[in-house]
Write a protein that binds this ligand. Sequence first.
Ligand code: FAD
Ligand code: PHB
Length: 389
Amino acid sequence: MDTQVVIIGGGPSGLLLSQLLNREGIATVILERSSRAHVLSRIRAGILEWGSVEMLREAGVGARMDREGFVHDGTYLTDEDQMVHIDFHALTGKRVMVYGQTEVTQDLYRAQDAMGTTIVHGVEDVRILDLDGAQASVEYVLNGERKRLSCAYVAGCDGFHGVSRKTIPEDRRREFERVYPFGWLGILSHTPPVSDELIYANSPRGFALASMRNANLVRCYVQVPLSDKVEDWSDARFWDEFSRRLPAQAAERLVTGPSIEKSIAPLRSFVSEPLRWGRLFLVGDAAHIVPPTGAKGLNLAVSDVFYLHQALSAALKAGDETGIDGYSGRALNRIWKAMRFSWQMTTMLHRFDGEDSFAAQMRRASLRHLAESETARRDLAENYVGLPY
Ligand code: FAD
Ligand code: PHB
């Protein structure tokens, strides 16, 4: 065999899996379609569950996160001017870490370089073959030349648009999907945050999220119709709309500045089952997508990697295949609970075009219930900080 595990995709899932396997002496090759610079330019997740923090430490990539990340004890959910504080630490004993996905990816690339692992960038036309044989193979084109690698297992870490999921025959896959009729317009700006913690704001004009990366870098979002284009939104229009959706006491602290990145992401819930097809395993966004309202996407990728690295390690080092047989079921059990939470947060906080008069009252009642019931706040906090692996 050329290597033990071929990993398709060098995003956070693929890099973390490679990092954990190589630390256990298991050889991997990562095949990534884009350049490293392109992978690192994508502004995405910002919140790490505590389980993810511990996984990154265990993988030997926690030092900069512990120095430069910000530990948050809670968050705010708001309804017009009412602010509901969810004190994660008081309610669950756990916290979350504000540390951007770009930084996590950067740390993983550096650690992989230091270990001398193989990451091939710029691959095209990846094909995954022989999944039911004694060994699998993966073909790809690099600089116009077709190549082939043989391996024991293939990890499909190639995101929602990758090739891995589509390698499983259509009649053997079950897909579950909800597409939401809106997207998030997000900007990154060198300005101070309006609050010491994130604000998830429900307003009659739609949802807004005030997030951050550090004391002088904010990530802010507003819910927009799917038909909107980034060009429709000048910085001035964005800040005006964002401030109208925040509670007055937060809006009055808003400092605006030029955006350094601006993009629109559609919202979707999606799961493809099973996560295993012979010698192929699906991980992270290749298998599931959540709307970002619960901050679960990257964290689910980390918990999938946790289950899979344990399973592959037992199979390759001890010949014990119970973990790989159980991977799909174990990972899906946690995935569906995060799906439910992300859907619930999305429904509770967004305005749906054409909704009836009842819907807005349900959102307000949910937020009032959270304000008045510690049990309700604890339930939200338990899910937000991350369910146990
Ligand atoms: P990806 O990051 O998509 O990586 C897949 C990699 O595979 C890519 O590098 C791609 O180039 C490569 N690839 C694709 N096809 C091929 C191919 N055929 N061959 C080779 N390589 C291929 N999550 C959170 O937890 N918290 C948040 O706060 C959060 N906020 C988000 C905000 C936004 C705006 C968005 C868009 C996402 C957010 N997410 C969040 C989700 C999170 O970013 C994803 O869940 C995470 O990136 C998944 O990692 P992944 O490695 O599985 O997939
Ligand atoms: C972010 O900072 O990008 C972010 C934070 C929390 C979310 C989604 C995105 O729920």
